[in-house]
Write a protein that binds this ligand. Sequence first.
Ligand code: AMP
Ligand code: TRP
Length: 328
Amino acid sequence: MSRIFSGIQPSGALHIGNYLGAVENWVELQHKYDSFFCIVDYHAITVPYEPADLVARTRDMAVSLLAAGIDPSKSSLFVQSMVPEHTELAWILNTVTPLGELERQTQFKEKTAKDESILAGILNYPVLQAADILLYKADLVPVGEDQVQHLELSREVSRRWNAKFDSNSAEGFFPEPKPLLTPTRRIMGLDGQAKMSKSLGNTIDLLEEPAQIWEKLRPAMTDPARKRREDPGTPEVCNIYSLHRAFSPPDLVETVAVNCRTAGWGCIDCKKALAQSMENDLAPIRERAKEITANPKMVAAALDAGAGKARGVAQATMKEVKQKMGLA
Ligand code: AMP
Ligand code: TRP
């Protein structure tokens, strides 16, 4: 069975961009693949944070992932810092990673554009990500579009390590991991200006109550051509329409498109319909999250079991890696 690996940072609540771009796909794929899903706390510490907050965010992320449908009896869900081999392999992969490739990463350039003092952890972030994936020799990585460039780098690192330390084998010790994208590979924020992102504060969180969601949807950006109620619009350019495509059944999506083009509905009607579709999908997840939150022992047991399975694979990989590299 092919193996998949993916990670998510515990840097805030799980939002619908994460859900539609990645996590919803994980839930489906866990039935088809040997699956490892990791809450990547070592990645999250590359930006300033409070230790007590990180503890809470890591726990909340585990609750959200379980509520979204990650099943610990099907896949290994664990926290990155519970498996020290991630950082061990990251160091090793640093020694085959060209500096120029790291400096070229869009996310590095974005994150450091305004900073005067740039920390090495931000630069080396994608090397740790390559280590995460290669430690499990995962072939496929279900992520959103923003991670495609990081995966290109993972493939390059894999090729370089293989060429140096495993040049005799035909297959290559490490695979070249490929992204698995969803139809909703990039969800825009409610301002319609940039991708939905925790750091931009333009998110709808998976566990938000309907009243809060409505507070955010009501003023959300729509097709700028629809200034007045009577102005017809173009659904394809409207972020609310793209959310309908993710949350609403096909006949409603069609109704929305027709009523947008003909100005049959105002934008507010369209948003009300979206709020209802979202509630249909999200209410059961919210309910499960409440049950899971009330049972912290279950969460701890799931993460322990996941880390146990992860450690088994990670230790076996590291043993071979060290042997091939002449390390003790
Ligand atoms: P992060 O929150 O940065 O750790 O991202 C976790 C996963 O969600 C990654 O696979 C991202 O590619 C995906 N993701 C994050 N934001 C979005 C978005 N706005 N649209 C689609 N996927 C996203
Ligand atoms: N960099 C990813 C993000 O911000 C998170 C991540 C860390 C990851 N390690 C990974 C994703 C390994 C996929 C595979 O979304």
